[in-house]
Design a protein around this ligand. Sequence first.
Ligand SMILES: [Zn+2]
Ligand SMILES: [Zn+2]
Length: 198
Amino acid sequence: MSRRPPLSTTGTVATAAQPLLPGLGDLAPASVAIVANAYRVDWGTGVRPRFHTVSKSKTCRCGLGPACPSVLRVREYLDTGGVRAPDVPDDVWPAVPEQCPICGTSCRAHPRLDFTAHGLGWTCLAGGTLHYWEARLRPILRAQLAANGQPRWVIPPEFGPGDDVLYPGVTIEDVRLARERAWETHRRWQTEGYSPSD
Ligand SMILES: [Zn+2]
Ligand SMILES: [Zn+2]
């Protein structure tokens, strides 16, 4: 039986993927479906795990991460006109971010800040939960900005070519609200107990 490339049409896409998932080479191209803000790749019953979930940041939730063939399968799906998954709002975290969206430092899970509407809670190893709340405030600030004109910046935003936001900036209101939130959290820890290692 001839081994066909796992990712069908384009040869460049197929070669890198072949050795990674055992059994992949004998299968028809995987189907791709949109689930929430990600792509679910179904490799069929011959591959384990059968289902892989690929985020818009081009990484699979399986152990292979960005090296998973499912990532290439999604790229192929998009290249051939597949419908794009909706963007994740920037105050929703389906997974704990690797880098703090405020300062770029590593983050770790912080289940006390898990919210149904905002996904998994996290804390920044440099800025703590303050940076979580700053990130949560950004969409609110954008809405405020649209409604009231320019906010007062503590750190002004930075824009790249094409008006990409490189850094969203911090306003006086940002800092005030984040301090309030941090203080609330602090008080809650005092009453409910908190171990930094949990
Ligand atoms: Zn995968
Ligand atoms: Zn941070």
